[in-house]
Design a protein around this ligand. Structure first.
Ligand code: NAD
Length: 454
């Protein structure tokens, strides 16, 4: 508690609001992440068997790109935004100030432990806040390196790193102290717990949750390209990616061709034995391993299906003949098992998608502009891709976030800055013009009001 009060006092000094201070902290974070580059690789290899290349694209490189964007744009982001003033209020002028929220709590998951804790941190620093970071306890080696980075780079009244079991530590933090914002990434189930706890004190939240992200492959899709792009992101990080295609809905006329192509690309990517491949990760722990292994019984295995608990290895696996009531089609899979379901009409496919409301992501592979628009306009999802899967997340010019069951709020690039800022509306009115029409008595002025307010 003392630490948190010290953070509140530090925030109130106003130091964190200064442009130079924010910029300096972003540069310091970047330098520290660069300095510890090899420790980051080693830790992510230990926790998730990620290769250096995969780390660069999805963890430390991704983060550095976010920091660079924040450093380059910080001045412009901090400028108040001038907006128009309506006729009623002329000759006033109006603008929006971007004010830091205060002391914020960022809670991260284990699947991209560095990216998903430190990318929101970039937005929180850019916006001028003090930050408490709570990493997942399930990627302990990466958590150790992140702790070192934070403690070497920042004072603890500015950025505080709190490790521990989420079930105990998070409620403790939230009970002891009233945060100004909570930014949570993790499962929908825990998201609900956080939302309820935050509601007790009316603390605003951003929820970056999970869900089943469908991937539609239309009859007119380029099947070779679709197979390669779907397999690439589905099996990256051993399927433990929030925006991984969860299941495929393929037009019945193309199902066999897609399966054949997927088998080829999986072999091209990971060889005869994926457990030996540098490009293939592992499940984070035995609990997640057991959960995903259970899905193998829910369908007919088309390829893959081997596993080794000691190595936490599950082969990239394609299944079909799944029942829509089975666990594999009710839960978020979050592992390297990919159900392939065929459809014959748009309406049938849409009904299947609607069994799991508000996916975090949605993907459609088609060469028809009309099909593309039909799909994008019919499904309520967070964000997505056309003829691609998951990569929208890596473009910091796009907002990233879910809706409903997959979350609320968004971040990345300027959106992170806005998430961690209060948009303070200001109207400035000159004193030289003060017409009596605006003041009582109002009798007889209705006609004029109707002219000005419409
Ligand atoms: P999780 O919800 O189990 O844990 C996330 C964080 O919450 C951890 O720091 C954990 O310590 C804490 N926590 C756990 N139980 C808690 C409790 N009872 N009260 C308070 N805090 C608690 O999630 P996870 O297993 O680490 O991550 C997997 C899930 O996260 C998947 O559903 C995935 O889709 C989702 N996810 C979403 C995104 C996104 O950006 N939308 C990104 C990655 C993962």
């Amino acid at each position: 508690m003392e630490d948190l009060l010290a953070m509140r006092h530090f925030f109130e000094t106003g130091i964190t609001k200064r442009y130079e201070f924010r910029k300096q902290q972003l540069k310091a974070l970047k330098a520290s992440v660069e300095m510890h580059e090899h420790e980051i690789y080693d830790a992510l290899y230990t926790d998730l068997k990620k290769s250096k290349e995969e780390c660069w694209v999805t963890e430390n490189g991704f983060l550095i790109a976010e920091i660079n964007a924040a450093i380059s744009n910080l001045k412009a982001w901090m400028e108040p935004d001038r907006v128009a003033t309506n006729l009623l209020n002329l000759p006033s002028s109006s603008y929006v100030m971007h004010e830091p929220l205060g002391v914020v709590l960022i809670i991260g998951p284990w699947n991209y432990p560095l990216q998903l804790l430190f990318t929101p941190l970039v937005g929180a620093i850019a916006a001028g806040n003090c930050v408490v970071l709570k990493p997942s306890e399930f990627a302990p080696t990466t958590s150790g390196v992140m702790k070192k980075i934070i403690e070497e780079t920042f004072t603890k009244e500015y950025v505080l790193f709190v490790e521990g079991d989420g079930v105990t530590v998070v409620p403790q933090l939230m009970n002891e102290f009233t945060f100004d914002h909570i930014f949570y990434t993790g499962s929908t189930a825990v998201g609900k717990i956080i939302y309820k706890m935050a509601a007790e004190k009316l603390v605003p939240v951003t929820l970056e949750l999970g869900g089943k992200s469908p991937c539609v492959v239309e009859f007119d899709a380029d099947i070779k390209v679709a197979a390669r792009r779907i397999a690439m992101t589905k099996f990256s990080n051993c399927g433990q990616m929030c925006v991984a295609p969860d299941y495929i809905l393929v037009h019945e006329s193309k199902k066999q061709e897609l399966i054949n192509e997927m088998k080829i690309v999986i072999h091209n990517f990971f060889g005869d034995d994926a457990s030996q491949s540098d490009n293939y990760g592992k499940m984070i722990n035995a609990k997640q391993f057991d959960r995903v292994i259970n899905y193998l019984k829910d369908g007919n295995i088309l390829s893959g299906g081997k596993f080794n608990k000691e190595k936490l290895f599950i082969e990239p696996t394609l299944i079909d003949n799944v029942s829509l009531d089975s666990s594999v089609m009710r839960d978020e899979i979050f592992g390297p098992v990919l159900p392939i379901i065929s459809f014959s009409s748009f309406d049938d496919a849409k009904k299947i998608i609607q069994l799991n409301k508000n996916p975090l992501a949605f993907y459609v592979f088609t060469s028809s502009k009309q099909k593309e628009e039909q799909w994008l306009n019919s499904i309520a999802f967070g964000g997505g891709c056309v003829n691609n899967a998951s990569w929208h997340l890596t473009n910091h010019h796009l907002p990233f976030g879910g809706r409903g069951f997959s979350g609320s709020g968004q971040y990345h690039g300027r959106y992170s800055f806005e998430t961690f800022s209060h948009q303070k509306a200001i109207m400035k009115t000159p004193t030289w013009f003060d017409p009596s029409i605006k003041y009582p008595p109002f009798k007889g002025k209705l006609g004029l009001f109707k002219l000005v307010i419409r």
